[in-house]
Design a protein around this ligand. Structure first.
Ligand SMILES: Nc1nc2c(ncn2[C@@H]2O[C@H](COP(=O)(O)OP(=O)(O)OP(=O)(O)O)[C@@H](O)[C@H]2O)c(=O)[nH]1
Ligand SMILES: [Zn+2]
Ligand SMILES: [Zn+2]
Length: 537
């Protein structure tokens, strides 16, 4: 829906494995599901627009509003599903004919009748010629300037200039003949004349049995990469449990794959090294096939204050980047095992989203969060972080009209630990809040569920957008079940030492810990959490 006026032709394979009735049933089922999905997208988009229009400062959001409106207006045509048996050559031919018929249909593709200047056809033919030529290397990557000089040597193309070539390349990229990612800075000078090559490259990482591939990396490659068998074992472990590979593992794995597929010569160019990313890495990230988890080398905001004489967890063992492969996040046992199950006593906060948690939101949250806290375990909808030995669980629940991300910490045993727990929670909430700004119109609110088992009430946090009115109440009373709770169990507040153990004395002068939400800022390499302590009374 983000691509204006796109046309989708669903294709169902393996019909030879079903009988005719089943094919009809499946086809109907798929088309109904697609229709329902489209309806859902439409209503969600309408919600986002409404959220923006209802917001107090809606005039600030004109750009975002325009973008949403554009998405609302862009049509998406879903053609009737085409069932095929790929093992039957006739069916493949039939598919080809169907696609051609659709493409030529002016009702579906109104722009098709635009005439292309003849030079487009000439360049296209010349590029096909170059791509098929024996002198062009297997991978088909070519510098834009070399391509230009190649082309301008040909008859009728002597006057071709860079600007025109770029226009033509844009067109050829759109029809899929070549690939040219001009929007990616590091790749704007490279034309991929053989698109299939990139698919082959991606397939070295997105494939069955990647664990085996990791295990099969030869000792020669390990030596060449300054790695040990023990490193290899930890790569395998990390990949199995967290779907992550560190830079060194990626290099060794790709070396293993590319060498065995006789693409040795392009290894450095595609993979690169620490200081300069290779083309493949750039593409993997561009398409979000993997997400970079950066562990701070110099700064570790999760580290505890240094106290002379006490042991201090210093910097992380591995300073280099890690790459998370969301498609491989299929195990959740490790996270549950590390966490040890929810307790009714846990500190629990939820950030609710309306109309829904956007696609890819949770993955990006995980990547950001894991970049700040070096000890982490991740699964598809959960993520466990550890800071100063204390775990925090992040859990996604994306259910219609019940979409939230839940944060859980164990109830601090000592008064002094409340500050750490709330700091930790606030840091994650700040990341969530920052991320949500990328989705115009997304509505978010923070609430703490009532701690009484079965009570549906929730304590709404004060406006998270700064100008925070922090509660001065020491005791919160649930409006539904009537139970009383110490405020620090529901909101970021740090109790006074004298108050504990419960019940807290109302008369003592409590020492509040106020988190100034608005000034918690996150950058790629710095974290700056401002705190203030005020003395009440
Ligand atoms: N019987 C039958 N087998 C099919 C059909 N289409 C694909 N296959 C087989 O299914 C398997 C997977 O096919 P692929 O084309 O590799 O599927 P893919 O989704 O591209 O998977 P990747 O190659 O991993 O990306 C192969 O063994 C194919 O031969 C079909 O219509 N009928
Ligand atoms: Zn260990
Ligand atoms: Zn209650």
């Amino acid at each position: 829906m983000r691509v204006p006026n796109s046309v989708v032709l669903p294709v169902g394979t393996h019909i030879d494995c079903c009988n005719g009735k089943e094919v009809e049933e499946k086809k109907r089922d798929i088309m109904t599901k697609i229709q329902a999905m489209l309806e859902e997208r439409k209503t969600n988009l309408a919600h986002l627009v409404a959220n923006l229009e209802d917001s107090e400062e809606s005039e600030f959001y004109m750009d975002q509003w325009d973008r949403l409106k554009e998405m609302e207006n862009s049509t998406l045509t879903i053609l009737n599903l085409m069932p095929v048996n790929c093992t039957d050559y006739q069916d493949i031919k039939k598919l080809e004919t169907t696609i051609l018929e659709h493409v030529k249909n002016e009702e579906i593709f109104p722009n098709i009748i635009q005439m292309l200047p003849p030079v487009y056809k000439k360049v296209e033919a010349a590029i096909v010629d170059i791509a098929q030529s024996e002198d062009t290397p297997e991978h088909g990557m070519m510098d834009l300037s070399i391509l230009l000089s190649e082309l301008s040597r040909r008859d009728h193309l002597a006057k071709l200039d860079r600007e025109l070539l770029q226009d033509i390349l844009r067109y050829l990229h759109r029809i899929g003949l070549i690939l040219w990612y001009e929007e990616i800075k590091q790749l704007e000078g490279t034309v991929f004349l053989r698109p299939a090559f990139l698919i082959t490259m991606f397939k070295t990482l997105i494939r069955y049995g990647l664990v085996q591939q990791l295990e099969n990396i030869s000792v020669d490659i390990l030596v060449g990469e300054h790695a040990t068998i023990r490193d290899q074992a930890s790569w395998v472990w990390m990949f199995k449990s967290k779907a992550m590979l560190c830079q060194a593992a990626m290099r060794a794995l790709l070396k293993h794959q590319l060498y065995s597929e006789s693409m040795k010569d392009i290894f450095e160019e595609m993979v690169g090294h620490k200081s300069q990313k290779g083309k493949l890495f750039i593409l993997l990230q561009h398409f979000e096939i993997c997400l970079e988890v950066r562990n701070m080398e110099e700064l570790n905001p999760g580290a505890r204050e240094f106290v002379p004489g006490k042991p201090w967890e210093g910097l992380l063992d591995c300073g280099a980047a890690h790459y998370l492969f969301p498609t491989y996040l299929n195990r959740s046992e490790e996270v549950s095992e590390m966490w040890g199950g929810d307790h009714p006593e846990d500190l629990q906060v939820r950030t609710y989203f309306s109309p829904e948690i956007p696609e890819g939101f949770f993955q990006r949250l995980m990547v950001k969060a894991c970049s700040f806290y070096s000890a982490h375990w991740v699964a598809k909808v959960t993520c466990l972080l550890i800071c100063s030995g204390k775990p925090l669980l992040i859990k996604e629940n994306n259910q219609k009209a019940y979409s939230y991300i839940e944060l859980r910490c164990r109830k601090p045993g000592k008064i002094t630990e409340f500050q750490l727990a709330w700091d930790f929670i606030m840091a994650i909430i700040s990341i969530i809040q920052k991320l949500s700004e990328d989705w115009p119109g997304l509505h978010m609110s923070v609430k703490a569920p009532c701690r009484t088992n079965g009570c549906p009430a929730e304590f709404v946090w004060p406006d998270v957008d700064g100008k925070s009115t922090v509660t001065k109440e020491e005791i919160k009373t649930c409006g539904l079940c009537g139970h009383l709770f110490q405020t620090e169990l529901l909101l970021p507040k740090v109790p006074n030492e004298r108050e504990m153990p419960q019940p807290p004395a109302r008369s003592s002068a409590p020492h509040y810990y106020v988190t100034s939400y608005g000034t918690t800022t996150f950058g790629p390499s710095s974290i700056n959490v401002n705190r203030q302590s005020i003395l009440d009374n």
